[in-house]
Design a protein around this ligand. Structure first.
Ligand code: PLP
Ligand code: COI
Length: 366
C-alpha cells in the first residue's frame, strides 16, 4: 500500500506571526528556537497506508500517553535547508538525498517508508506556505526538520501500526554561538555513539539521546562539540555529536572516517568529497586514529580539521581536548583549505557559484 501522490489540504494559519515581529526576530537568529507558522503532516496506519496529507497551522500533537514513541523511541528525522539565493530564488540543496536517507532510517527502525515524491512534496508545500520565513541575510536559511514517530497507543514491543510524518521549519543563523569562529571539540574516550550492527547510520532520535551525556561533558570541558571514537577499540575517529569530520593533511589530501554503518552518511560530507575532488584534492575515506591525529598535528603532517553538516555547514576545528590534554590546530584559525571548501559549498547553496553537479532544486514562484 504505497501511495506516491496525495493531495495536500492547505489550511492557512488564521493567526500567523505579525510581519513586524518576524522581521525583528530575523535580526538575531540563532539555531532552532524560532518556528514558522505552518507544518506539513501526513499520517500512516497499517490499514490505510499514507493518508490525510495537509499543511496546517503549527500546533502541538495530542498524544496518547501510551504512544509507542514515548516508550520505545521509534522515531527518525532529517535536517535540510531552504535558502534565499542571491538572485531571490528559493532553493533546496539536494533534497532527494534527504528523502532517500529518511527511508534508509525508516527501514532500520522498522517504520514504513514514505515515497520520496511525498517526502519532497511535503517539504515543498511547507516552504511554499512559509516562503516569507526564509531569511535572506548571509549565513541564514530556513532549516527544515522532517520527522516521523510511532503514534500507536500500545505497550507491547513491536513496530507501531500508526505513524505521524511531519515537517516543521525554523529560520536559523549560525549553529554555533561563536558564528564562523573555529570550534573546540571534546574527545569522548568513555562513551561511544554506535557499534557495528547498531543504529549509527540511521538518523534516529535515540542516537542523539545516547550522545547527550557526552555532549554535556564537552560543555563541561569548555568545548562546543563532542567527537566520538569507535566502540570496539576506542581508537578511531568516528564523527561529532551532529557533524562529520575531515582532517586536511600537509600534502593537500583530506581524510575522513569511512561509512561503515556506525556513522551518519552526511550529505554535506558527500558533497564536500565531490567538491574537494573537483578542486584537485585527494580524499581518503579511511580510518584515522585519534593518537595519529595528535602526532600528525604535532609533526605538522595534519594542518587543518573541520566539522560539517547541514546545521553547522563547515566549521573549522581549532582545538581538540581529551582527558590527557589538548592540542591546537592551525593556531586556532580557519585554514585555507577549510575556507575554500566552505566558500565553494556556500556559494553553490546561495546560487553564487556555478552548480555544476545540479544540486539545487529551485522552488518556482516561491
Ligand atoms: N553526523 C551526525 C550525527 C549528524 O547529526 C549530522 C547532521 O545531520 C551529520 C553527521 C551531517 O549530516 P548532513 O551533512 O547530512 O547534515
Ligand atoms: C543537521 O545538521 O541537520 C543535524 O541534524 C544536526 C543536528 C542534530 C544539530
Amino acid at each position: 500500500m504505497q501511495q506516491d501522490a496525495l493531495t495536500f489540504a492547505i489550511r492557512p494559519n488564521a493567526s500567523p506571526m505579525p510581519e513586524a515581529d518576524r522581521l525583528k526576530a530575523f535580526e538575531n537568529l540563532g539555531f532552532g528556537t524560532l518556528f514558522s507558522d505552518h507544518m506539513a503532516v501526513i499520517r500512516w496506519s497499517a490499514d490505510k497506508g499514507w493518508h490525510s496529507a495537509e499543511v496546517t497551522a503549527r500546533a502541538p500533537f495530542p498524544l496518547d500517553p501510551a504512544a509507542a514513541v514515548l516508550h520505545y523511541a521509534q522515531e527518525i528525522f532529517e535536517g535540510m535547508k531552504a535558502y534565499r539565493a542571491a538572485d531571490g530564488r528559493a532553493v533546496l540543496f539536494r533534497p532527494e538525498e534527504n528523502a532517500r536517507r529518511f527511508n534508509e532510517s525508516a527501514r532500520r527502525m522498522a517504520m514504513p517508508e514514505l515515497p520520496e515524491a511525498l517526502f519532497l512534496e511535503a517539504v515543498e508545500q511547507l516552504v511554499r506556505a512559509d516562503a516569507k520565513w526564509i531569511p535572506a541575510a548571509e549565513g541564514s536559511s530556513l532549516y527544515l526538520r522532517p520527522f516521523m514517530f510511532a503514534s500507536e497507543a500500545f505497550l507491547g514491543v513491536r513496530p507501531s501500526k500508526e505513524y505521524i510524518f511531519c515537517v516543521i521549519a525554523s529560520p536559523v543563523g549560525p549553529y554555533f554561538k561563536g558564528g564562523a569562529k573555529p570550534v573546540s571539540i571534546w574527545v569522548s574516550e568513555h562513551y561511544t555513539r554506535a557499534a557495528a550492527g547498531g543504529t549509527g547510520a540511521a538518523k534516529c532520535g535515540g542516537n542523539y539521546a545516547g550522545s547527550l551525556v557526552a555532549q554535556a561533558a564537552a560543555y563541561e570541558h569548555g568545548c562546543d562539540q563532542v567527537v566520538f571514537l569507535d566502540a570496539a577499540e576506542h581508537r578511531w575517529l568516528e564523527e561529532l555529536g551532529g557533524m562529520n569530520v575531515f582532517i586536511v593533511m600537509a600534502d593537500g589530501s583530506l581524510v575522513t572516517p569511512p561509512l561503515g554503518g556506525t556513522i551518519l552518511p552526511g550529505i554535506t560530507r558527500k558533497s564536500l568529497i565531490a567538491l574537494a575532488k573537483d578542486l584537485g584534492y585527494t580524499v581518503r575515506e579511511e580510518r584515522y586514529a585519534f593518537e595519529d591525529w595528535k602526532a600528525d598535528v604535532a609533526s605538522g603532517k595534519a594542518k587543518e580539521a573541520f566539522a560539517c553538516g547541514t546545521a553547522a555547514v563547515v566549521a573549522a576545528i581549532g582545538k581538540v581536548k581529551s582527558p590527557d590534554g589538548e592540542f591546537v590546530i592551525n593556531a586556532g584559525e580557519t585554514g585555507p583549505v577549510t575556507a575554500k571548501l566552505r566558500d565553494t559549498l556556500v556559494g553553490i547553496q546561495r546560487g553564487q557559484t556555478n552548480d555544476a553537479h545540479g544540486w539545487l532544486k529551485v522552488l518556482e514562484g516561491v
